[in-house]
Design a protein around this ligand. Structure first.
Ligand code: OAD
Length: 244
């Protein structure tokens, strides 16, 4: 992206942020890329090497729980040592500067909370939480790796990762909170998401229709780059701190 274009976009966004009372941020895998988390659809993306239907659906878990847990144990091991990056940290700072801040994430890595973000709506759950398929209890479980088939500490039922799989409903409270924030947002930042998975993909447009200035920060163009008010092309870890 040309320097001049970037500066113009940043200037516009900073001026909007200055007067903003309600800021909403939507993040995807791209914000964690510079921490070392693989994205899903890039060149080396997770879904280029694995078929989501074999590993991230309730049917897959029913068919072969061991294989699904092997995949999630591998991901937990990979994520375990990783730290938030400058983009996660800049969002913590932005949160302090506006009266109302909502962070909506599709990420299950928990890095926003590690960075210190307070109000995070996790659309797709959290890989560090488990849910019992028998008693329904959910709890945080950071042991790495877990046994091949981990069991509930309360009832010995089979645990599953507390994430949302393809074909499953999103938590209605989380979703309700997200859309409520989108409807009243003054500014929205859409960071590091390819805009291919619903309902997150349409959230930027929902905020725009409701009157927010919407900006995208992404390494590559997405279907929304030219529709939003501003498109900033580059790495989240470099661009988000420049908003401060
Ligand atoms: P994707 O892998 O689809 O997209 C990642 C986006 O981040 C791409 O548009 C990249 O261009 C961009 N990107 C990569 N590195 C970046 C960087 N350093 N700075 C800024 N942008 C960067 O990931 P998501 O859009 O998050 O769902 O995927 C959405 C959902 O699809 C995930 O939550 C997951 C997946 O299937 C479930 O598992 C239910």
């Amino acid at each position: 992206m040309a320097n001049q274009e970037m500066n113009k976009g940043l200037e516009f966004l900073r001026s909007r942020l200055e007067g903003a009372r309600r800021l909403v941020v939507l993040t995807g895998a791209g914000i964690s890329a510079e921490s070392g988390v693989p994205t899903f659809r890039g060149k080396d993306g997770l879904w280029k090497q694995h078929r989501p239907m074999d590993l991230a659906t309730p049917e897959a878990f029913q068919r072969d729980s061991r294989l699904v847990w092997e995949f999630y144990n591998w991901r937990r091991e990979l994520l375990f040592p990783l730290k938030p990056n400058a983009a996660h940290e800049a969002l913590v700072e932005l949160e302090k500067r506006v009266p109302h801040f909502t962070l909506i994430t599709q990420n299950i890595d928990g890095l926003h909370q590690v960075a210190g973000s307070g109000h995070v709506l996790e659309l797709h759950g959290n890989i560090w939480w488990v849910r019992c398929t028998a008693c329904g209890q959910t709890y945080e479980e950071r042991t790495v790796p877990l046994p091949e088939l981990p069991l509930c500490r309360l009832c010995d039922g089979l645990l599953r990762p507390n994430v949302v799989w393809f074909g499953e409903m999103l938590d209605s409270n989380v979703l309700g909170g997200a859309f409520e924030a989108l409807e009243t947002a003054d500014v929205m930042l859409v960071i590091g998401t390819s805009g291919t998975v619903q309902p997150a993909a349409s959230m930027g447009m929902a905020a725009k229709r409701a009157g927010a200035a919407v900006a995208e920060i992404n390494l590559d163009p997405t279907p929304y780059t030219n529709i939003y008010d501003v498109g900033l092309a580059g790495k989240a870890g470099e661009i988000v701190p420049r908003l401060l």
